[in-house]
Design a protein. Structure first.
Length: 277
């Protein structure tokens, strides 16, 4: 990413236009352990339905902590990671340093999924992974369009996008905007929203001894990300499926929610439709 783009990114955080995603991820790295890494690998394998990605090209578009880049690399993929947030890039590079130092099969860059020149330069990948990222760009539909071009024919696109809940989504948009624009309101907002819906999840997981998320994530840092994650856009599952089917993608797997949180999709790239040609 250019120096100008990096300056714009940092200015957006200072001006209360963006959540500090990378700062939250850097704190998450302090609790990262092998159990969480194993959970991330298992999650990725589930999304891929056990497909062997050893030697295949894997793109992590919006790598965040770098956990799933690490998971893909441990599964033998050649990994390219990028993120718009400089601290997220630093987190991903730290995981590469810890587990794959000086590895030529894992590259990490600072870049934006909205930068069409950069996207064009990357080429295509066997797996494009962008989990809970594109709805935070400030231009979600353009980002969804851009990642489609990165998937090779027969390749997989794995994404998670916030569910459109109508009025409830507008409420969360206001919460997130307030969080990033008014620092003094941050702890009150966190304390206000812990009971809904996270406290029940914590109790259930504490009783079973599972205080980590299924994907190896952290309930606490996911909570902060959820309350503060701005920009924030949403989409219905039907709109996401329609977009990619028009581009010749075949839906392989979908997990939807009727509440807050993400709808999850796995697509395979097939031949483009007549309209897309």
């Amino acid at each position: 990413m250019s120096v100008l783009a990096n300056s714009i990114s940092k200015a957006g955080i200072v001006q209360g236009q963006r959540f500090e995603f990378g700062r939250n991820w850097s704190r998450f790295l302090s609790v990262l352990n092998q159990k969480r890494i194993d959970q991330a690998i298992a999650s990725l394998n589930t999304m891929l339905e056990g497909e062997n990605i050893n030697g295949k090209r894997f793109l992590d578009a919006g790598s965040g902590s770098g956990l799933f880049s690490l998971a893909a690399r441990q599964l033998g993929a050649t990994v390219h990671s990028f993120d718009y947030d400089s601290q997220s890039v630093a987190c991903t590079r730290e995981l590469r340093r810890r587990y794959f130092p000086d590895d030529s099969e894992w590259t990490v860059e600072e870049a934006s999924v909205l930068d069409r020149d950069y996207i064009h330069m990357l080429g295509q990948f066997d797996v494009v992974y962008s989990w809970g990222v594109l709805h935070h760009t400030g231009a979600m539909w353009q980002a969804l369009e851009n990642v489609a071009a990165l998937v090779a024919m027969g390749g997989r696109l794995i994404i998670a996008i916030y569910n459109d809940q109508g009025l409830a989504s507008r409420y969360w948009l206001a919460v997130k905007r307030t969080y990033v624009r008014h620092p003094l309101m941050r702890w009150p907002l966190v304390l206000l929203h812990i009971p809904h819906p996270f406290i029940s999840s914590w109790i259930a997981r504490a009783m079973t001894g599972r205080l980590t998320q299924e994907r190896g994530m952290s309930l606490w840092y996911d909570l902060i990300d959820w309350i503060g994650g701005y920009p924030f856009e949403v989409a219905s599952p039907e709109d996401i499926v329609r977009l990619y089917q028009c581009k010749g993608f075949i839906l392989l797997k979908m997990k939807t929610t009727s509440r807050h949180g993400c709808n999850e999709f796995v697509f395979m790239r097939g031949a483009p439709t007549r309209a897309e040609r």
